[in-house]
Write a protein of this length. Structure first.
Length: 509
């Protein structure tokens, strides 16, 4: 009974205190803030200042009650409302703004990304010689997201490495490593040169030296008399071609978990039945395809090379057709007296089949023939109603010469080539009609390299006198019959090779 009386008294005392309270407490509505951004991805170049101003709704509260914390890749970089920073690497930066309500400690946040690129990730790479030294140049194309102007850059290897690159330049080869998503954010650039330090792999973002090709063989010992002239980097293997026609490979049994230079080239040449002397590597249209072709000069044939899923070695097969060839078709396993002038893939599909076009010559008799290799084919071609062997009109009409260079537009049916007495005329051959057309004259300046840009609507042309010219080659322009020059820039010494560098993997290279 005493306990009941005691509790009753306590309750009455509490009630009395509540009645006497005349506003000693403030009650405020919960004030939720919100953080957002005008855009959640900002594109920029390395070394450019980036400014990000968030959109903040404070819920009607005094903004002075809040503080800010910006983190980039987990590191605190600013406590200001507006982020200003300068990226130093070509990468994607994860940015997070934390907005703290200092009165109650509640934090509101949101994230966005800054994608920093170097000006060398995409555009035309130019290999040239000046003063007996190999040099690397670059031309940027205007992009809607970053830069609306063309820019030319010179001697980039020295700028990145503080030394000369080498001498006797030959060729450029861009390649990617295929990561777990088959999507690689950076490339490497192989510079083939026969003087100085020899062939060298460069970082595709920075042009810094990664490794010398001679160091990539087993034990760091390249084969005796090895002289690199070409290379190709399909999904599961890499292949290098020596001037003597021998090929050497390295295999990646799990390319999704390995990286650049994680395997060594064998220093013993590949064995192929009947022997061989490889004159050209014919790349596939898409590097996702698990095959490519080799031209064997010794036996006048094409060899189908398959590097398939998780096998232990590449597979070599003499390319064949199991049916009856159409009249006049030159067998792909027996060219006879014909020699391969040019071979290229076109019109293929990722993980599917791809078409091939060959230009073959026997003296003054030049032919063009096409065929297809289906997805998963093992050394066998297919022919459809459109495939045929026809006379190359570029020869019969007197355009082509022994100095001509060729380049196919892979997503279309045109082969561009140089010709004329001074090799200063630009032509194109239409596979669908068999006709050749004149496109442009370069005024006595010899053409040494041709390469289309991404999309195959622009064509970069390198001239021996050190001039780079970019042409518009859209269908409407070709139909009009008058060349359209988009950009022209000199100063590249003696140009040896020009290629278009892709920013990401998975494009037709």
């Amino acid at each position: 009974m005493k306990n009941i009386i005691y509790l009753s008294l306590l309750m009455m005392a509490g009630l009395f205190s509540c009645i006497k309270d005349e506003g000693n407490y403030k009650y405020e509505a919960i004030r939720d803030a919100r953080v957002s951004f005008e855009t959640y991805v900002v594109n920029c170049f390395v070394h450019d200042k980036v400014k990000v101003e968030p959109k903040i709704q404070f819920g009607g509260s005094d903004t002075t009650d809040f503080s800010y914390e910006w983190r980039i890749d987990y590191d605190v970089v600013s406590t200001e409302r507006v982020l200003e920073f300068t990226p130093e690497q070509a990468k994607t930066y994860a940015c997070r703004l934390a907005l703290k309500d200092n009165r109650n400690g509640k934090v509101y946040s949101n994230t966005m990304s800054v994608i920093a690129a170097t000006v060398y990730q995409s555009g035309f790479s130019i290999l040239y010689e000046e003063g007996g030294v190999s040099k690397l140049g670059h031309v940027n194309l205007p992009t809607a997201s970053q830069d609306g102007e063309y820019h030319a850059y010179y001697d980039l290897y020295r700028a990145a490495n503080g030394e000369d690159m080498g001498a006797e330049p030959v060729k450029l080869v861009q390649h990617f490593f295929w990561n777990a998503t088959n999507y690689c954010k950076w490339s490497e650039l192989l510079v083939i040169q026969h003087g100085g330090q020899g062939p060298v792999e460069l970082n595709g973002d920075t042009n810094e030296k990664e490794v010398l090709t001679r160091e990539e063989f087993v034990g760091g010992n390249p084969p005796e008399n090895f002289k690199l002239v070409s290379a190709f980097y399909p999904f599961y293997m890499n292949i290098v071609l020596s001037e003597d026609g021998k090929i050497y490979t390295r295999f990646f049994n799990d390319p999704k978990s390995m990286g650049y230079h994680s395997a060594a080239y064998n220093n013993v040449p590949v064995y192929i039945n009947k022997g061989y002397k490889i004159g050209k590597i014919i790349e596939t249209e898409h590097q996702y395809l698990k095959h490519f072709l080799l031209y064997d000069e010794l036996n006048g044939r094409l060899i189908h090379v398959r590097s398939a899923y998780y096998t232990t070695a590449e597979e070599y097969r003499e390319l064949q057709y199991t049916g009856n060839y159409p009249a006049g078709f030159i067998p792909v396993n027996n060219f006879g007296d014909y020699k391969l002038v040019y071979g290229a893939a076109y019109g293929g599909a990722v993980q599917g089949g791809t078409k091939y076009a060959l230009i073959l010559r026997n003296g003054d008799d030049w032919k063009v023939e096409t065929f297809e290799i289906a997805s998963g084919a093992l050394g066998v071609i297919t022919l459809d109603a459109m495939d045929k062997c026809q006379t190359f009109s570029g020869k019969t009409e007197g355009y082509v010469t022994n100095k001509s260079v060729f380049r196919i537009l892979r997503s279309r049916t045109y082969i561009f080539f140089s010709g004329g007495v001074n090799n200063d005329e630009l032509y194109y051959f239409d596979l669908s009609t068999g006709k050749s057309h004149h496109y442009a004259s370069l005024g006595g300046r010899a053409i040494v390299a041709i390469h289309p840009a991404d999309g195959n609507k622009e064509l970069g042309v390198g001239l021996e006198d050190g001039t780079f010219v970019l042409f518009n080659v859209e269908d409407a322009v070709l139909k009009a019959g008058e060349p359209v020059v988009l950009y022209e820039q000199g100063g590249f010494g003696r140009i040896v090779d020009v290629i278009f560098k892709y920013k990401f993997s998975g494009r037709d290279l």
